[in-house]
Design a protein around this ligand. Sequence first.
Ligand code: CU
Length: 155
Amino acid sequence: MVSITFAQTRVVDVAPNFQMIFRDTYSNTDITVIDVGMSVRWEWRSGIHTTTHDASPPLWDAPINSSNRTFTYTFTEPGEYPYYCIPHRIMGMVGTVRVRIPGDVDFSGCVDDADLLQVLFAFGATGVRAEDVNYDRAVDDADLLIVLFNFGNGC
Ligand SMILES: [Cu+2]
């Protein structure tokens, strides 16, 4: 039995352990990779911060502090979305959300044989990888099926 369900919301910790950083709970870095239609939920861990899209006008701009503990934004278009914390940008408190079509391993905008081959070559690998298209830290038949089901999308 193959399950192709995956989390629809990704949590990003805001200032965990009093560090001036954003930390994605899947990658453990400031890079968040998700699919179109998924949401990111920033969750307060310490201090007084914002999550603010780096564009004018920003797509989102929200306080994250002890009285505004979470903010959720749903991404409906593929692309790269840099963001920052207004008071701590100068200290490097920045992050990036990369949004892709489901199964688009290489972010080309098109689910094609290149994506299929990448999943096949990485089959059995574990950890945080581009080929882990369902974000469960394992490259397996579930990832293969997602590529196959979405084959041709965006092309
Ligand atoms: Cu901050």
